[in-house]
Write a protein that binds this ligand. Sequence first.
Ligand code: SF4
Length: 104
Amino acid sequence: MRKPQRLPQPTLDEYEWQDRASCRSVPVAVFFQSENARGGVRAAGEEAAKRVCRVCPVIAQCRVHAIAAEDYGVWGGLTALERAAIRDQPAAAGAGRSLRRGAA
Ligand code: SF4
C-alpha cells in the first residue's frame, strides 16, 4: 500500500521531471506486473520496463522519488523489491527522510 506520508509536497517543482519521462508514451501495464506473474514471466516484464527506464532522461530524479515513496511496480529502473532493499540500507533511509521533508 502506498504511504502518502512519504510523498513530497504536491508542488510543480517536485514533480515537473515527470513531464520528461520516457514512460509517458508507454502503457502503464509495462511497469506494473500482474500480482500473479512469477518467475520468467515476471522477470521478462520487469526487464521490458527497465529497458524504457535505461534511456529515460529523468531516471535519477525518478529513482530518488521511487525509493522514498513508491511500493509497487518498476520505477527508476528498479523493481519494488530492489527499492525495498535499498531502503533497508542506513544511508538510503537518510536520503528518504530528506526527500519527505522536501529537501531532495
Ligand atoms: S525512470 Fe522509468 S519509471 Fe521513471 S520516469 Fe523514467 S521511464 Fe518512467
